[in-house]
Design a protein around this ligand. Structure first.
Ligand code: ATP
Length: 243
């Protein structure tokens, strides 16, 4: 069964069309990159998936639930890591996670089990007593990913999750998230950085609100690199886009 199905999604900010008839289907256990330059429509798409924005044009199904008709059921299947950091810096890792678990309606032993499992998946259990403020950028991000997994979602959305991290932290986060996909999660990863994508990953290329391509990275790259293929589709690479 498809985990995420978008059919004919369009969205406008006044006269500006941000998404134009976007359709694709993603399956569980996959790492899918939403690859697009600044302004491609990635954040708008994530806002629609999390119902921060609503559109009447098109439908979104999450694990079989129609997001417009069954929002609670559909959103319950999604974990989100936003571009901007959203931690309580003066709380410990564990306090942050317990607070979020409570917001999700989890408490007591169930909550603790879910929190411990999420921390283990991100290799963060031994840091759980530390204040979020004491963690470096990469560990804060890992903690946000652990938090997004507490309610056991089927889809993990990450919007430019490595922005501001150094190379080592970027590689560590990218590897962790690929592991999560290998273990059965659908990871949907918005990025403009081609080097975060592996040959076997799915790639949806979004440009000026339209899907230009959807295939695995190796097929899109063909005989060349994914960056070359991306540039051919979207025009010259701006600063910061690397192979
Ligand atoms: N509130 C808004 N009002 C008007 N236009 C907007 C608004 N938000 C986004 N846009 C426009 O919609 C288009 C898509 O923007 P969006 O932020 O979704 O792209 P993005 O791929 O996430 O880019 P970035 O990485 O820069 O956030 C852009 O042309 C942007 O200028």
């Amino acid at each position: 069964m498809s985990t995420l199905r978008l059919e004919h999604i369009s969205y406008r900010y006044g006269a500006k069309t941000a998404l134009d008839n976007v359709s694709f289907v993603l399956e569980q256990g996959r790492f899918c990159a939403l690859l697009g330059l600044n302004g491609a429509g990635k954040s708008t798409l994530f806002s629609l998936l999390t119902r921060l924005l609503v559109t009447r044009e098109g439908t979104i199904h999450v694990a079989g639930h129609d997001l417009a008709r069954e929002p609670r059921a559909a959103l319950g299947k999604i974990g989100v890591v936003f571009q901007q950091q959203t931690l309580e810096l003066d709380l410990s890792v564990m306090q942050n996670l317990r607070y979020f678990a409570a917001l999700q309606g989890l408490s007591g032993r169930n909550a603790q089990r879910s929190i411990d499992a999420a921390l283990d998946r991100l290799g963060m259990r031994d840091r759980s007593g530390e204040k979020a403020r004491a963690l470096n950028g990469g560990h804060r991000r890992r903690m946000e990913i652990a938090r997004a997994l507490i309610h056991d979602p089927q889809v993990l959305l990450l919007d430019e999750a490595t922005v501001g991290l150094d190379t080592a932290a970027r590689q560590a986060i990218t590897a962790h998230v690929h592991d999560l996909a290998d273990n059965g999660l659908l990871v949907f990863w918005a990025t403009h950085l081609v080097d975060e994508i592996r040959a076997t990953d799915d790639v949806v290329v979004l440009h000026e609100g339209r899907v230009l391509a959807h295939d695995d990275a190796a097929t899109l790259a063909g005989d060349g690199s994914l960056l070359d293929a991306f540039i051919r589709m979207t025009g010259p690479a701006p600063e910061g886009v690397t192979a």
